[in-house]
Ligand binder design. Structure first.
Ligand SMILES: Nc1ncnc2c1ncn2[C@@H]1O[C@H](COP(=O)(O)OP(=O)(O)O)[C@@H](O)[C@H]1O
Ligand SMILES: [Mg+2]
Length: 364
């Protein structure tokens, strides 16, 4: 507070003075001091401070990859050619991406088990850089979420998922401290790998405090409860998820527009559709859609995590107050860098690389 007063000299056009005077400047020495309020002071301070924190509520999963020539038959044991365990889960992926890209902190609210996979996940998130993991709690009675991904030589895969703590670790729900963190956030990011009721609890807290809610549609393909959708500001499916949720075809842009229109009717005003190599499109109810082509990648190595990178990078730009079109460009550049590297979390770019890529491709 002392600092703000010092900076408010009559002649000054500091961010605080600009904020207080608005578009109709008044003589500062007459009106500024009596009009200071806690809100205006914090807004003034915010002009120089990093953007508010991002909260991701979602899954953390240990993904066990095994490379096999074929799937085992019943009763058979086959030897894998190779195997490794990597941190994944859409919540962890999106938090890792936020951690790399955001100027302010990114918190992950998640549940892991009190087991080796839980420690693997905590370690990987710490190594990813920038993620606040102190809200990742260990559930006493459930294993960490994990998946066995069987990779075949022809590129096909078969996956078995154990929901574990992601599904059963929430006990009575999100704790009061975490709800408070959500209420103070710049944006809340959700996906569908934890129970809908937990997402609804998080979204409700955000909504009550005017915090924008972005929901990535990836995860469970059960119908999305309308009460949950109505708490979401920006809903982000890929073309397949959009088709599944609306029961409509999404092969052409026309069809995608119609399906996004159905989402509007279902209660969500903004639909951010990810279209793979076709880029993305934002449908805001009552407005012309905004289309964003891909930022071409020099070489596409692995698109795993591209969707998570896109949604999370969009949230990062949104929290900085960037217009939606710019958020989409930032997200497309981040996702373009992601598809050039193998894996999900290991492939997520840092802010400097995204800015450099954006600079090199120029504005539209
Ligand atoms: N081949 C590619 N080259 C460059 N960017 C890509 C490519 N494929 C996907 N992307 C980017 O990643 C984003 C998300 O990928 P997408 O496949 O749509 O998501 P999901 O993984 O959810 O299916 C796209 O909107 C696009 O910006
Ligand atoms: Mg896709």
């Amino acid at each position: 507070m002392a600092q703000a007063r010092v900076r408010l000299t009559p002649a000054g056009r500091t961010p605080a003075a600009t904020f207080l005077s608005g578009s109709n400047p008044r003589p500062a020495h007459l009106t500024f001091f009596p009009k200071l309020t806690p809100t205006s002071l914090s807004a003034a301070a915010a002009a120089n401070a990093p953007p508010p924190h991002i909260v991701v509520v979602g899954s953390a999963n240990a993904d066990i990859y095994v490379e096999v020539d074929r799937l085992p038959l019943i009763g058979e044991t086959v030897a894998a050619r190779a195997g490794r365990s990597l941190a994944g889960g859409k919540g962890a992926n999106q938090a890792a991406c936020g951690g790399r890209l955001a100027l302010g902190p990114t918190y992950l609210v998640a549940r892991v088990g009190d087991d080796a996979n839980g420690r693997l996940l905590e370690g990987a998130l710490a190594d990813a850089g920038g993620v606040r993991t102190d809200r990742v709690a260990r559930a006493a009675d459930a294993p960490s979420g994990h998946a066995v991904v069987m990779l075949m030589p022809d590129g096909q895969n078969s996956i078995i998922i154990v929901g574990g703590a992601n599904m059963e670790g929430w006990a009575a729900g999100i704790g009061s401290e975490d709800l408070e963190l959500i209420r103070k956030a710049g944006v809340l990011l959700l996906q569908r790998e934890i129970p809908d009721w937990v997402n609804a609890q998080a979204a409700q807290a955000a909504k009550s405090a005017g915090v924008p809610v972005i929901m990535d549609a990836g995860g469970m393909d059960t119908p999305l409860p309308r009460e949950l959708l109505s708490l979401v500001d920006i809903f982000s499916p890929n073309e397949t998820e959009l088709a599944r949720l609306t029961g409509m075809p999404t092969e052409t842009f026309e069809q995608i527009s119609m399906a996004a229109g159905k989402c509007h009717k279902m209660g969500v005003q903004e639909v951010l559709v990810k279209l793979g190599s076709q880029g993305s499109a934002l449908f805001v109810e009552g407005e012309e859609p905004i289309r964003q082509p891909i930022v071409p990648a020099t070489e596409v190595i692995d698109t795993t995590g591209a969707g998570d990178t896109f949604t999370s990078a969009f949230a990062v730009a949104l929290v900085e107050g960037k217009p939606k079109r710019e958020c989409m460009r930032f997200a497309a550049a981040a996702a373009s860098l992601c598809v050039r590297v193998k894996g999900a979390i290991p492939s997520m770019p840092d802010r400097k690389s995204v800015m450099k890529l954006l600079e090199s491709v120029g504005v539209e």
